[in-house]
Design a protein around this ligand. Sequence first.
Ligand SMILES: [Zn+2]
Length: 157
Amino acid sequence: MQKNPVSNKPIQSLEDALEQCQTLGMRVSRQRRFILELLWDAKEHLSAREIYDRLNQQGKAIGHTSVYQNLEALSSNGIIECIERCDGRLYGNISDSHSHINCLDTNQILDVHVTLPAELIAEIETQTGVKITDYSINFYGYRNQSEDREQGVGSRE
Ligand SMILES: [Zn+2]
């Protein structure tokens, strides 16, 4: 039996996420497991509303309040990611630091792990006098070529 008090072990799978809940003494209720399974399965950034809808579509009955409370508990404990956007919060499965590609046409946010060259980091440190320990970059762009953007896409309400 190893008891590892290190709480910031990177979470790389659903199993790691569940294990981390236990390490932190969080109860793994059925609802909590549903949410984690959905996020690891979808690998997208979803709103609480979308999470609620998808779980209920899958026949996993879960209330609004339970979805919100579980997302809050999981994100505040660093088990899932929470992004604040002007139109609300989005939740993702990856909790360690990563970068995002923001698709301006589809409004999706894709996760990407970017490693900057050590010289660039050293240069920024020299410029600012700040010792960099972590970073996350936001990229912006278009998923589709502008010519290919068909009308009628997304016209459903
Ligand atoms: Zn993310």
